[in-house]
Design a protein around this ligand. Structure first.
Ligand code: AMP
Length: 297
């Protein structure tokens, strides 16, 4: 595993690799690695000749009141976790390396008004809803950093986790709109034994908060089960899920049932749906989701 800091050097090396006919699997991360990240690395190993992992805590995707400063940084441990896997290049650029003109976070975009270009409207239907509504500018920051990283890495398979479901949709649209030679591979959410989705932010939780956090995957699973068993309408089951969650977590930011492609809310059951939620346990914001597939209408 070669540690790379210089974007230009990595770009040149990967060009060489491709010239030799080698395929590249790329896993962008913000570090503080866990089993979820490692599953992406394993998938990239299986499907490519060369595996590149990046660790970069991207200032542009954090809001001014968010946890950029205290986001866990653990390069030593991360390297140890990656060691047994086959990672060819570990790319750890500096903030200057990625943003030579400064890392000032972007101001929140203005609210959409009637007559904006359709491309922006299409984008905003994905990136301003759900998490985007509560984290203005977040997906814009994600899109900027991923565009920059993909420019360095070049044509590749890009490995993303289903845990960040909206992110996979936003980046799918980005890759399509820019016509990039990038194939996105979305991998299933890796969970702790009790069902909690693995996340770098789980380490913020106190033991008591950690116990309460279990309620999130439980509520999603129960919602899916009850919907599939026709125990109620989407609206009634959603209201019940929120009610039950509110008893245990500190805030339910949203709990939405959406079309898995457009992320638009659905009110009538259909063959495929996604239930997504963001909740606060203490000061920690946790997200999770489940896909709901009915075998028949
Ligand atoms: P992050 O370091 O949080 O930016 O995540 C880097 C990548 O790992 C993203 O594509 C995430 O969706 C993915 N990821 C994070 N947590 C999990 C998980 N529990 N299971 C699968 N993938 C995950």
């Amino acid at each position: 595993m070669k540690l790379m800091r210089d974007p230009k050097k990595l770009q040149a090396i990967l060009k060489q690799e491709r010239r030799k006919g080698r395929s590249i699997g790329f896993i962008p991360t913000m570090g503080a690695l866990h089993g979820g990240h490692l599953s992406l690395v394993r998938a990239a190993n299986r499907e490519n000749d060369v595996t590149v992992v990046s660790i970069f805590v991207n200032p542009k995707q954090f809001g001014p009141k968010e946890d950029y400063a205290k986001y866990p940084r653990a390069l030593g441990t991360d390297r140890k976790l990656l060691q047994p896997l086959k990672v060819d290049y570990l790319f750890c650029p500096t903030v200057r390396g990625i943003y030579p003109r400064g890392d000032g976070s972007l101001p929140a975009p203005p609210p959409l008004t009637g007559s904006r270009p359709t491309a922006e409207k299409a984008d905003s239907s994905l990136s301003r809803r759900l998490c985007g509504k509560f984290r203005p500018g977040h997906f814009r920051g994600v899109m900027i950093v991923i565009t920059k990283l993909l420019d360095i890495i070049g044509p590749c398979r890009l490995y993303l986790g289903a845990k960040d479901y909206q992110q996979t949709a936003v980046l799918g649209r980005l890759v399509r709109d820019l016509g990039l030679a990038v194939r996105i591979r979305v991998m299933p959410t890796v969970r702790e034994k009790d069902g909690l989705a693995m996340s770098s932010r789980n380490q913020y939780l106190s033991p008591e908060e950690r116990r309460r956090a279990r309620a999130i995957p439980k509520a999603l699973k129960k919602f899916r089960q009850d919907l599939l068993n026709r125990k109620g309408t989407i609206a009634s089951l959603k209201a019940r899920a929120i009610r039950e969650l509110k008893r245990i977590v500190d805030r339910v930011q949203y709990f939405e049932i959406v079309d898995p492609v457009t992320l638009m809310p659905v009110t009538k059951r259909r063959r495929e749906m996604a239930a997504l939620t963001a909740c606060f346990v203490g000061k920690t914001r946790l997200i999770d989701n489940v896909i709901i597939r009915a075998s028949r209408q």
